[in-house]
Design a binder for this molecule. Structure first.
Ligand SMILES: *Cc1c(COP(=O)(O)O)cnc(C)c1O
Length: 426
C-alpha cells in the first residue's frame, strides 16, 4: 500500500499542529505508524490522499449512521448553506430540529442544541448543579463524557488508549468535585452516596459504555442507579452521545424502560456536523438562561447547516427504520467472525456497535476486566487489515460502527479478514 502522500502531509502537520492532529487518537500512536489522510468519502467507503480505497468502519466515531454523504443529508446541507452559514439569530430549522428530536423523546418536554457532545454533558451537569444546589458529580471509571475539566477523571476514549488516568491542567478543586464509581458495582455507588449524602448533584453514565471497549451493563445496574439517585434527590444523566439514535429512534434508556432526568445527545443528531443537545423535562430544562439562572450560550449554537444535517439524518431514521437491518449486520459480524473457528476470534455487539474482543475471557462489564491481549492482538492486525482495504478506529479500545451504507458482504468480509489475520499473527 502506497502512502507517500499521507506521510508527507503528516510530516508537515507534525510541525504545525501539536502531535500533527486535532484530536489525539487520530495520531495512530497505539497501533503504530502514521495516520492515513482522507481525501473523500461516499457511502461506506473513503479514498485516501494516495488513492487507496477503504471500507470505513470508524464512521467518524459514530455520527455517520447513514454512511458518508447520504444524498438526503447532502441535499439538506447544500440548501441550508445557500441560505447562510450562520445567523446568530433564530431560524426555522431550530424549531424543526426541536420538534424532530422531541418526537423521539415524547416523555420529555424540551431540548437545547449546543455544538458538541462535550458541551452537551458540560451543560447538563451545570444544570444538575444549578437545579439541585449541590456540587458533586458521580461518574464511572472508563466513562468518557467529553474533554471538559470536571469529567477528565478516569475517563475512556483517547484517555483510555493513552492510559492517562487524568489530564494535567485540571485544578484539584475541580477534580475533587468528580467522584468516581465502578461500572457493574452497586456497592461502589452506595459508598459514594453514604460519604456525600446531601451533596451529589448528579450521576452521569453512558448507559451503553462504548468509549473503553463496549462494556455492556446489566439492566438491573442501570435501574439501581435510577433508584438510588431518586432516593437521594440527585439527578440521573444518561450520556447518550453515542447510543442516542444508534439503536432505535430515541434513546437507550427507553429500550430498558429507564427514564433518566436528563439525556445528552451528540454525534448522530448532527449527521456528521458539529452538534450536541440536552433533552429533559420542562422543570429542569427551564433552569437554563434566559428563563433560569444557569448560563449556556454559543455563537454557533443551533447552527442552521448543522441542524439541517441533523434533521435530515433523523428523518431518514424515523421514516425508514433501518434499525432491525443494522442489528442484523452487527450480529452477522459476530457470527461470521466466530465461524472462523479461532478461539480468540470474538466480538460483542449491541445493534450496529461492535467491539472486537480477541480473547477467550468473558466479555467484560468494567475496564479492569478487559484482557490486555485485546489491545495487543488488535494492534498486531491493524495494519494488515488496513492493507486489505478496511479502515478501523486506530485503537483496540474503540468500537466499530456499522452504517446503513455498509453491505452484508462488506461486513462479513471484514469479519473473515479479522479471523484470518488473527490466525496469521497467533
Ligand atoms: C463523543 C462523546 C462525547 C463528546 O462528544 P464531542 O462531540 O466529541 O465533544 C461525550 N460523551 C460520549 C458518550 C461520547 O461518546
Amino acid at each position: 500500500m502506497n502512502n507517500d502522500r499521507s506521510k508527507e502531509l503528516f510530516g508537515e502537520a507534525a510541525r504545525r499542529i501539536p502531535g500533527g492532529v486535532n484530536s489525539p487518537v487520530r495520531a495512530f500512536r497505539t497501533v503504530g505508524g502514521t495516520p492515513i489522510y482522507i481525501d473523500r468519502a461516499r457511502g461506506s467507503r473513503f479514498v485516501d490522499a494516495d488513492g487507496n480505497e477503504f471500507v470505513d468502519f470508524c464512521n467518524s466515531w459514530g455520527p455517520l449512521i447513514l454512511g458518508h454523504g447520504h444524498p438526503k443529508v447532502l441535499e439538506a446541507v447544500h440548501s441550508a448553506a445557500e441560505r447562510g452559514l450562520s445567523y446568530g439569530a433564530c431560524h426555522e430549522t431550530e424549531v424543526t430540529f426541536a420538534r424532530t428530536v422531541m418526537e423521539a423523546f415524547p416523555e420529555y418536554d424540551k431540548v437545547r442544541a449546543v455544538s458538541s457532545g462535550t458541551e452537551a454533558v458540560m451543560t447538563a451537569l451545570r444544570m444538575a448543579r444549578g437545579f439541585t444546589g449541590r456540587d458533586m458529580i458521580v461518574k464511572f471509571e472508563g466513562g468518557y463524557h467529553g474533554h471538559f475539566d470536571g469529567l477528565l477523571v478516569k475517563a475512556g476514549s483517547g484517555l483510555a488508549t493513552f492510559s492517562m488516568a487524568d489530564s494535567k491542567g485540571v485544578p484539584d478543586d475541580i477534580a475533587k468535585t468528580t467522584l468516581v464509581a465502578q461500572l457493574d458495582d452497586e456497592a461502589s455507588v452506595e459508598a459514594l452516596f453514604q460519604r456525600h449524602p446531601n451533596n451529589i448533584a448528579a450521576v452521569v453514565i453512558e448507559p451503553m459504555p462504548a468509549n473503553n471497549g463496549l462494556l455492556l451493563q446489566r439492566p438491573e445496574f442501570l435501574r439501581f442507579l435510577r433508584e438510588i439517585t431518586r432516593k437521594h434527590g440527585s439527578l440521573l444523566v444518561f450520556d447518550e452521545v453515542i447510543s442516542g439514535f444508534r439503536l432505535k429512534f430515541g434513546g437507550f434508556g427507553q429500550m430498558l424502560g429507564i427514564r433518566p432526568d436528563l439525556v445528552t445527545l451528540g454525534k448522530i443528531i448532527g449527521g456528521g456536523m458539529p452538534v450536541g443537545a440536552i433533552v429533559g423535562p420542562a422543570n429542569i430544562m427551564d433552569v437554563l438562561s434566559p428563563v433560569g439562572p444557569v448560563y449556556q450560550a454559543g455563537t454557533l449554537s443551533g447552527n442552521p447547516v448543522s441542524l439541517a444535517a441533523g434533521v435530515a439524518t433523523l428523518k431518514v431514521l424515523r421514516d425508514e427504520n433501518p434499525y432491525p437491518e443494522l442489528s442484523r449486520m452487527g450480529e452477522l459480524f459476530v457470527k461470521v467472525l466466530s465461524e472462523c473457528g479461532l478461539p480468540t476470534a470474538r466480538a460483542v455487539n449491541m445493534g450496529s456497535v461492535v467491539w472486537l474482543y480477541a480473547d477467550e475471557s468473558p466479555f467484560p462489564r468494567d475496564p479492569a476486566s478487559i484482557s490486555p491481549n485485546v489491545s495487543r492482538r488488535f494492534n498486531d492486525i491493524y495494519w494488515r487489515l488496513t492493507r486489505r482495504g478496511f479502515y478501523l478506529p486506530p485503537s483496540g479500545l474503540e468500537v466499530l460502527f456499522i452504517s446503513t451504507a455498509h453491505t452484508q458482504e462488506e461486513v462479513s468480509s471484514l469479519a473473515r479478514a479479522v479471523g484470518e489475520e488473527l490466525g496469521q499473527v497467533a
